[in-house]
Design a protein around this ligand. Sequence first.
Ligand code: TYD
Length: 136
Amino acid sequence: MNSKLSDIEIIEIPRVHDERGLLAVIEGGTIPFKIERVYYLYDVPSDAFRGGHAHRELYQLIIPLSGSFDVHLKDGSTTQIINLNKPHKGLLIVPGIWREIDNFSSGCVCLVLASAEYKEDDYIRNFDDFLAFKGL
Ligand code: TYD
């Protein structure tokens, strides 16, 4: 699995804006996978640490619907920290990328769109196993 941090993208979600507010739309073409699952994190303590794993095949788009948090990304060679704080900007994470999420703001809601249903076998939860998966 040779995915790199350069494969990670911030995807801007198209919006309709009028005097009644903003409406953001995700539909075919906005993201490069078919959505098979939606889940969200809320009531997250500010000192919580989430993630700490990679996926073998799963694509995800992570959207800070409300508030903000930091996503730490590793491809085995390089590390990057992205602060997500805009509900119209989602982070596309491709398979084979280690992620950790922390620094949750109060009241934060993190929406995740995923390319497959939940399957524990798709997770790599040990960092040494992740490096082996990457051939490193
Ligand atoms: P996990 O993906 O490890 O959470 P995070 O990456 O946010 O720290 O999942 C936490 C627990 O929830 C774990 O026991 C698996 C379970 N879970 C499901 O049952 N279905 C799901 O769709 C997800 C994402 C997790």
